[in-house]
Design a protein around this ligand. Structure first.
Ligand code: GRF
Length: 192
């Protein structure tokens, strides 16, 4: 099966780009129907447009509540035939009610070996704790933040002298491999 994706971004979109590149391979079992952002200034939007991918922006700041914002997002998604929502640096927490409308159909990438270091500043916290290893995880999104079932992880060593920035760069390189792999696992599992 070819999984139809909506990628949600808020920033530079380097994970989005790694998925777009994977989808350029005709054997890869996914296609990107839409790149969505809650931020009109997200740098990744330009990258998606350059690749002729449909782009939609709904600025969350224009809405009084999370629910009102998400209602617009749901309306927008109805215009696209989407199987799976792929959060890639999307910096808005989605409400329980939105998540429940997409059971096992929203995934996220997080730069830690979940369940360790959920939430913000995972690199900094892992270094502070004196860990020698971190990594990245792709997981299903459930109402509780960064807590849904893990689909796939990659381990990355923490080296002496690492700062949050050097570690983030090294993990990001693995994220770009991990996310396309995880999406393929989902597509293949649906085929069985
Ligand atoms: C990545 O480190 C991802 O794990 C985290 O946010 C960052 C997004 O980077 N959720 P990019 O926008 O994909 O470059």
């Amino acid at each position: 099966m070819v999984l139809k994706l909506a990628i949600f971004i808020s920033g530079r979109g380097s994970n989005m780009l790694s998925i777009l590149k994977a989808c350029e391979n005709p054997d890869y079992p996914a296609e990107v129907k839409l790149v969505f952002s809650n931020r009109p200034d997200a740098a990744g939007l330009k990258v998606a447009q350059e690749k002729s991918i449909a782009v939609e922006v709904i600025d969350h700041k224009a809405y009084d509540s999370r629910e009102a914002f998400e209602e617009q997002v749901s309306k927008c998604l109805k215009n696209y035939d989407v199987d799976l929502i792929v959060l890639a640096g999307f910096m808005r927490v989605l409400s329980d009610s939105f998540v429940k409308q997409w059971p096992e159909r929203i995934i996220n990438i997080h730069p830690s070996l979940l369940p360790e270091y959920k939430g913000l500043h995972p690199h900094e916290r892992a270094i502070k704790d004196g860990k020698t290893e971190s990594g990245c995880s792709v997981h299903y999104v459930t109402p509780e933040l960064d807590s849904g079932p893990v689909i796939r992880q990659k381990r990355v060593p923490i080296l002496p002298g690492d700062t949050a920035e050097t570690l983030a760069d090294r993990i990001l390189a693995q994220e770009h491999i991990l996310y396309p792999e995880a999406i393929k696992i989902i597509a293949d599992s649906i085929d069985k």
